[in-house]
Design a protein around this ligand. Sequence first.
Ligand SMILES: Nc1nc2c(ncn2[C@@H]2O[C@H](COP(=O)(O)OP(=O)(O)OP(=O)(O)O)[C@@H](O)[C@H]2O)c(=O)[nH]1
Ligand SMILES: [Mg+2]
Length: 301
Amino acid sequence: MDEGTILIAGVGGIGCIWAERAHSKCPELSDLLLIDADEESFAGAATAHCLHLDAGGDGRGTASLTALASHRIRDGHSPISQLLDRAELVVILAGLGGGMGSGASAELASLARESDTVVLSIVGLPFAEQPLRYSIAEASLPAVQANSNLCIRVSMERLAWQARYRGTDWRSGSGWIEDLVEGLVTTLARVGKINLDLMDLRTIINRPGNATLIVGTGTTDRPDMVVREAQKSPLSDLGIEGAKGCMIQVEGGPDMTLSHLNEVTEAFVSSLDPDCQVIMGARASDEMVGRIRLVAVVSGL
Ligand SMILES: Nc1nc2c(ncn2[C@@H]2O[C@H](COP(=O)(O)OP(=O)(O)OP(=O)(O)O)[C@@H](O)[C@H]2O)c(=O)[nH]1
Ligand SMILES: [Mg+2]
C-alpha cells in the first residue's frame, strides 16, 4: 500500500481524543481527520485535517442534536472529499451518546464508502447509568454498522474500569484503542516479515457474523502472557471461541525469534474454531525491543 492512504478520523469530543492519540503513534503511516462542532477538539493537533461543523454558529457544539450533526456533515463535507477519495482505509473513532459522534459518524462512513474505501468504525457505547445518552447511542448505532465494513463496539464502562485499574484517564481509552489502531495501521501499511494487505482485511471482515478486534502486549520473556492479555481484551463482550476468520499480526523488536512468533500465534489460534481461516503477519521494529504485541481482527462470530 502507498503511504498516506490510511485515514484515522475522529468524530465528536471523545472520538477526536482517540484519533489524535492513535495517530500520534503512527504519524508517518496515516493521515488524521478531526470532525467536531467544538473547536477545542482541534487544539494541539497541528498536522490534522479539521472539519469544523459549527451548527449553531457559536462554536459550542450540537447540544446532542444528532440530526443536526448529520445534516451539517452532509452539507459541509466538500473540504474533505479529496481526503476520502485518496484513502484506502478509514478508521472512524467516535463515542456515541452525544450529538456529533452519534450523528455524523454514519454519514462519514457512507461518504467514504461512496469512494470505495474500506471503513472500519470503532464506537464507544455510553455508561449504562446515562439513560438518555444510552438511548441516543442505541438509535444511532445501526446506521454506523450499516455503513461500515466492520463496526466494533467498545463499552466505555469497560474502558473506564480498565483505566481505573491502570491509574490512567478513561477518556484516553486507557491505551487500548491507540494500540489497536496503531497495530492495524502498521500491519496494513508496512511490508512485514510476511506481508498482509487490504485484500486480506476485506476477506476477513466480509465474513458473515460478528467481528471484533483484539490487542495484547507483553514482554519477550513471557509470550504466553501476551496471548492471555489479548484473550481478555476489553474492547468487546463477544467470546472469540467460535471464530471462523482471523487476521493476526505479531510485532516485536529485533530480539523477537521465530519461536516467540510461533508460540504467540499458535496459542492464540488454538482458542479459535479449528476450521478458522487464519491470515498471519509479523513485523520487527527497533522501538519494540523487549516487547511483543499481538493485534487481531477476528470474524465469523
Ligand atoms: N461519564 C462521562 N461520560 C462522558 C463524558 N464525556 C463523554 N462521555 C461519554 O462519551 C459519549 C460521547 O461524548 P462526546 O464525544 O463528548 O460527544 P460529542 O459527539 O462531542 O457530542 P456533542 O458534544 O453533543 O456534539 C457520551 O455519550 C458519554 O457517554 C464525561 O465527562 N463523563
Ligand atoms: Mg462534543
